[in-house]
Design a protein around this ligand. Structure first.
Ligand code: TYD
Length: 220
């Protein structure tokens, strides 16, 4: 299950970090360069995975159940949407991927990271241990102090199960993202999300240009 000609980019950060607006701008930038873009999200992206999303975001459950559901959703999403899109040479922009599981279920809920790694191997490869993991070529991480994110969320819509967690939960989740970044710094672009929308957007476009994914990035 290796990437072929397509480009797989994920977007991560704690709730309130402001990913959505920037994903739209990135999609437009790729389309302006003649690329076909698939915009999708996790948990979700297929009818089955969207159903699982509703359960994960709204129903109380233990951390193992939650982890199994997000990985089940991911498997369906990869098989039906991500892998076919990459095989067609499309740019896949995914609002969250497996780093979110390590950050939310692993760090946030304190679930066993070894089990998550096993699930990751099962779900993101062809099954045998020798096959490569499907991973984003780039993960844009919107890094924001949890106190700032919490203030932004207060003004947002009705909170879901995660968004209504206390600040301490997001401190831990933020630590989970930082740990993923330290493990694989070359895959991540760490964006300071505690700036104006315009400045954050410029940094996102610069990160894409630095990887030569966008040529002459229309950042401003
Ligand atoms: P989010 O991506 O922030 O969507 P919206 O902008 O519509 O609120 O919400 C998804 C939530 O799901 C977020 O709180 C993180 C959580 N999540 C997990 O706990 N584990 C996962 O593996 C993924 C992908 C998301």
């Amino acid at each position: 299950m290796q990437n072929s000609t397509g480009l797989f980019i994920s977007f991560e950060g704690i709730d309130g970090a402001g990913k959505s607006t920037h994903i739209e701008a990135v999609a437009q930038a790729f389309e302006a360069q003649g690329r076909s873009v698939t915009r999708t999200r996790e948990p979700g992206g297929t009818p089955l995975a969207e159903t699982l999303r509703q359960l994960v975001l709204n129903d109380p459950m233990d951390a193992l159940t939650e982890s199994l559901l997000v990985f089940a959703a991911r498997r369906d999403h990869i098989q039906r949407v991500i892998a076919p899109a990459l095989a067609q040479g499309r740019v896949v922009l995914c609002d969250r991927f497996t780093d979110a599981t390590f950050a939310y279920q692993g760090a946030g809920r304190g679930f066993d990271l070894g089990v998550l790694q096993t699930l990751e191997q099962w779900v993101q490869s062809s099954g045998d241990k020798a096959s490569a993991l499907l991973q984003p070529q780039l993960t844009i991480w919107f890094d924001l102090p949890p106190t700032v994110a919490a203030a932004r969320l207060v003004e947002a819509r009705v909170p879901d199960k995660f968004e209504s967690q206390p600040l301490a939960f997001f401190e831990t989740v933020a630590g989970g993202y930082a740990a993923r970044f330290v493990r694989e710094p070359q895959r991540f672009a760490r964006i300071n999300a505690n700036q104006s929308l315009h400045a954050v957007r410029e940094d996102v476009m610069a990160a894409l240009a630095a990887k030569a994914f966008l040529v002459g990035a229309p950042g401003a």
